[in-house]
Design a protein around this ligand. Structure first.
Ligand SMILES: Cc1cc2nc3c(=O)[nH]c(=O)nc-3n(C[C@H](O)[C@H](O)[C@H](O)COP(=O)(O)OP(=O)(O)OC[C@H]3O[C@@H](n4cnc5c(N)ncnc54)[C@H](O)[C@@H]3O)c2cc1C
Length: 533
């Protein structure tokens, strides 16, 4: 065996996975076919539950440091992420109206994000080989062997597991023959931020006044040729078009101002002056999901496993795939994983992707609906989302935190992510920063339950213990998985005689049989301090 795990692809999913695996002591090699990291500005940032997971890992500061301001300059933000006005199917959902917004965003262009993730993976001990393309693989009961074309010729690597994080056209997926079903839209979208040219005036409401054209309202305009949107913001102009056109384009070829200008002309029928480009992206959309994310010792994650037909949430999904899979693979490599643990990855993450497909497919229909019927649909939808509850629900759906999925078993807390709201704590509560820093599960004790902490101690270093007593709590104790989902709870004041055996069952189901020897359990301390076992 050369290594424990081969990860294929150095996009956000593969880099996150390599870092997570290496942190848990898994010998990891990441193979990336490109010689240099891609500089193509795809995603503009991170949004959704992944930000809270990074907070629990104690790493959010590092990502904030690398973030940019709305005009593209370095932001180095240290404050919590702003609650965005997030595009949703031709509308903008205003989460800033909520005091604890379910959807957050950090402006961190994909090349910068990948640089931070690559640095993190290497620091933790992963090996990243660029210029190494996976061209074949075969597996048996014990190992998987990959054929690699490297700068110095072909070679093989043998590992216990392989994870294909190799994007929407995944070679790994094809090599193991997993079907990738769904639809592709013959549509191209273009998105840009440009400086405001002298001839254009940005109006107070974000609309634009253009000589010879008139006023172009803020937000989306659906026409027979597609959808146009603009916004004037902080001295810049955001411009977006979506056109139904079946033309192919080269994703590696950067978009130009001339290309965007021509698209605006086709969709809106006017010549819109555009300033200097600050950010330019273009993309086509597919709604697809792999039939399974596992074939023996081979797994799929990120775009290789799912493609969503609306923007802003794909990286969240891919990085959460990685967080879900890494500790399960680590459990197998270190020999404690219970039977069936690895299968839960595909089941859980496919269910999560189904939820993301649900809202992204709905967004496409909402955005594309043309004429008075489409306008009425959007107006009604916009009206509904001025109410707090539907807005909150949509935000949680977009963030990927709304549903418990396969493990929920009827407990409203089980299966969902441990958001601030679920834990009844203030947004970004510093006491919880770093709660999951070791990448291992944690028994979160909110009620000073020594009986349950002592039991968890029998799993030794496999399970951490965090004590944070608080009066107003959702449960006495929560078992939080390394990807920040809640796997089990002891309801408030549940007696030990039922809570202890229930916790024993949950710990055994997730983390295998306990160790024989007991490890020390943290003693009681002041309420403000978290103690880590
Ligand atoms: C224009 C555009 C804008 C976008 N905007 C957003 C956004 O705002 N928010 C958001 O969340 N998402 C956005 N996305 C989607 C986001 O970019 C993808 O979801 C994300 O890149 C997927 O990450 P990944 O790591 O799964 O795959 P990828 O980023 O595709 O990485 C796959 C890697 O695998 C490598 N590879 C492929 N085959 C092999 C092989 N055989 N051997 C070795 N290496 C291989 C590739 O070179 C590549 O580096 C956007 C996409 C585009 C195109």
């Amino acid at each position: 065996m050369d290594v424990d795990v081969v990860v294929v692809g150095a996009g956000p999913t593969g880099l996150m996975l390599a870092g997570e695996l290496a942190q848990t002591g898994v010998r990891t090699v990441l193979l990336e076919r490109r010689l240099e990291p891609s500089e193509v500005a795809k995603a503009g940032g991170l949004a959704g539950q992944i930000l809270q997971l990074l907070h629990y890992r104690g790493e959010l500061g590092r990502f904030r440091e690398a973030s940019v301001s709305a005009t593209g300059g370095r932001s180095g933000a240290t404050d919590p992420e702003p609650a965005p006005k997030f595009p949703f199917g031709g509308l903008h959902l205003d989460f800033s109206r909520l005091d604890d917004p379910p959807m957050r965003a950090l402006l961190l262009p994909q090349p910068r994000l990948e640089a931070v993730l690559a640095e993190r993976a290497v620091e933790r001990g992963a090996t990243v080989r660029r210029g190494h393309e996976v061209v074949g693989l075969h597996q048996d009961d014990q190992t998987v062997t990959v054929d690699v074309r490297g700068p110095e010729g072909p070679y093989e690597v043998t590992a216990q597991f392989l994870v294909g994080c190799d994007g929407g056209r995944s070679r790994v997926r094809d090599l193991v023959g997993i079907p990738f079903r769904g639809t592709s839209l013959p549509e191209i979208e273009r998105l840009a931020t440009v400086t405001v040219p002298d001839s254009v005036t940005v109006l107070d409401d974000g609309g634009l006044a253009v000589p010879g054209v008139g006023t172009i309202p803020f937000g989306y305009t659906a026409t027979e040729r597609g959808v146009f949107a603009c916004s004037g913001l902080g001295g810049t102009m955001g411009v977006y078009t979506a056109e139904v056109e079946a033309t192919e384009y080269d994703a590696d070829e950067p978009m130009t101002v001339a290309e965007l200008s021509a698209s605006v002309r086709r969709v809106l029928g006017v010549d819109l002056p555009l300033g200097e480009p600050l950010r330019m992206t273009r993309f086509g959309y597919s709604a697809k999901q792999a039939d399974t994310y596992r074939a023996g010792r081979v797994f799929l994650a990120g775009d290789a496993a799912h493609l969503f037909p609306a923007g802003g949430v794909a990286i969240n999904a891919g990085m959460l795939d990685s967080a879900n899979l890494a500790w399960k693979i680590a459990g197998c490599v270190h020999g404690w994983a219970p039977a069936g643990l690895l299968d839960t990855y595909s089941e859980e993450r496919r269910a999560a992707a189904e939820r993301t497909l649900l809202h992204t497919r709905a967004q496409v229909m909402l955005r594309r609906a043309h004429g008075p019927g489409g306008d009425a649909l959007r107006a009604l939808f916009a009206e509904l989302t001025t109410d707090e509850q539907p807005l909150r629900r949509l935000g949680a759906l977009m963030a990927g935190t709304d549903a418990g999925g396969p493990i929920s078993q009827g407990d409203p807390l089980v299966g969902i992510f441990a958001t601030d709201r679920a834990l009844h704590v203030d947004r970004g509560d510093p006491r919880f920063a770093g709660m999951l820093s070791a990448g291992r599960p944690v028994l979160l004790d909110l009620a000073d339950r020594a009986d349950l902490r002592e039991l968890a101690g029998r799993w030794g270093a496999r399970v951490g213990v965090v004590r944070a007593p608080k009066d107003e709590r959702p449960a006495d104790v929560l078992l939080v998985l390394p990807d920040s989902r809640i796997a089990w709870t002891a309801p408030v004041d549940e007696p030990g005689e039922s809570a202890v055996p229930a916790l024993q069952e949950a710990l055994t189901a997730w983390f295998g049989a306990p160790r024989e020897s007991r490890s020390p359990v943290p003693s009681s301390e002041g309420d403000a301090a978290l103690s880590r076992g």
